[in-house]
Design a protein around this ligand. Structure first.
Ligand SMILES: Cc1ncc(COP(=O)(O)O)c(C=O)c1O
Length: 399
């Protein structure tokens, strides 16, 4: 008999993975899909040679100790490094005890969900938002309420109304920089107001920042956490989009007492994050030209974004609204009212082109006319060739 429980039986496959499955089926038939659906950094820039060198150095200096059991809160040199790193986002006055290393930011989101969501809890998110987070909040029993987005982040007035109406809010979840999926960033005024609202209504904020350094105009925004006088914000960082996601290194930043509680949770979960990956990231960021690497990737992504925007402008239906991102990995589009990007998915997919329909990011089923396109993993010639085909297919689609 298969294992079963109320919790397990309520879990569903992730919506975006259903697209990945379709792509895999095509691959089995020998067909290549041009996927604008992924949320991936481009593997062509992963620092493989540097990581090989780092591995050799780790084992010659640390021997077996490098793969011995280690502390649950993380590798201290990496934690110390991240204290300095957080200053890039204006987060000052912390020490290594304010940092817990996690296996990617997804694990941090899972810990915060396990720790803070109780029966009847509400989690407030941006609408649209990252499905991996929404699925996690749902899995641990929260009702998710989405707040409409404006071009400078979620509507603070709508947020305040929801805070007034709901007494059981576990936390507010925000991706303040180059939001997934819309690519927009929250204004500084809204960041400050968000912290004040959290204090006034006695709730926490979870700030997820995997894209913050992927900035195309050189500007790095101060984190919501940098305005946090009240210890209301738990910041979640990641190296998945800036180095490589398979290393699975993320971190949470919070007051010491909160971190200690999360460490107890980690002890009951996976004991610790992989030692080697923590060392790889530490040495890479500190000694192997992380900033030059980042600049190289940013230059390529910016160019791909520009090629994609031009191709969309030239080929998509009139009235399409394009959100031009100043960083991150995605372009969000709103097709003219009445279009349904979910319905047209299979029609477009005949041409072996994939995107993510807007509804996948919206628990309330809104944004049916929207879609998210990823520009980081496809080279500019391929973007220039296939975006017009996508545009033509959208125009050709009839219900
Ligand atoms: C907003 C956001 N948070 C978290 C994650 C997961 O990141 P990680 O690889 O650090 O777990 C993603 C991945 O796409 C994301 O877009």
């Amino acid at each position: 008999m298969a294992i079963h429980s109320k919790f397990l039986d309520a879990l569903t496959p992730s919506s975006i993975r259903s697209i990945t499955a379709k792509i895999r089926d095509k691959a089995k038939n020998g067909e290549t899909v041009i996927s604008f659906a992924g949320g991936l950094p481009s593997s062509e820039f992963f620092p493989v040679e540097d990581i090989k060198k780092i591995d050799a150095e780790i084992f010659s200096s640390e021997h077996g100790n490098a793969i011995q059991y280690a502390a649950s809160d993380g590798y201290d040199p990496l934690r110390e490094y991240l204290v300095e790193f957080m200053k890039r986002f204006g987060v000052e006055g912390i020490n290594y005890k304010n940092i817990l290393i996690t296996s990617g930011s997804q694990q941090g989101l899972a810990y915060l969900s396990k720790g803070l969501i109780t029966p009847g809890s509400v989690v407030i998110t941006e609408n649209p938002s990252y499905p991996g987070a929404l699925d996690t909040f749902n899995a641990y029993g929260a009702s998710v309420i989405g707040i409409d987005m404006e071009e400078d982040g979620m509507s603070m007035d709508k947020l305040e109304n929801v805070l007034k109406e709901n007494k059981n809010v576990a936390f507010i979840y925000t991706i303040a920089d180059f939001q997934n999926p819309m690519g927009v960033s929250m204004s500084v005024e809204k960041r400050k107001r968000l912290v004040e609202l959290a204090e006034e209504y006695d709730v926490f904020i979870v700030e997820d920042g995997p894209y913050s350094l992927l900035t195309f105009n050189g500007k790095v925004m101060p984190a919501v956490k940098s305005f946090d006088k009240y210890n209301r914000v738990i910041y979640s960082g990641s190296t998945s989009k800036t180095i490589a996601p398979g290393l699975r290194i993320g971190w949470l930043v919070a007051d010491e007492e909160s971190i200690q509680k999360l460490v107890y949770l980690k002890m009951r979960d996976d004991l610790q994050v992989n030692n080697i990956a923590q060392r790889q990231v530490y040495h890479y960021m500190k000694e192997y030209g992380f900033d030059e690497h980042l600049q190289q990737v940013i230059d390529v992504y910016r160019e791909r974004r520009d090629v994609m925007i031009d191709a969309i402008k030239a080929s998509f239906p009139e009235g399409t609204k394009i959100y031009k991102p100043e960083g991150g990995l995605f372009i969000w589009l709103e097709l003219p009212e009445g279009a349904d990007s979910m319905e047209m998915f299979d029609f477009v997919f005949q041409k072996n082109i994939a995107y993510v329909p807007g509804v996948f990011f919206c628990p309330d089923g809104s944004h049916k006319n929207a879609m998210r396109l990823n520009f980081s993993t496809t080279d500019k010639d391929t973007i220039a060739k296939y975006i017009p085909i996508l545009g033509e297919m959208i125009k050709a689609y009839k219900k």
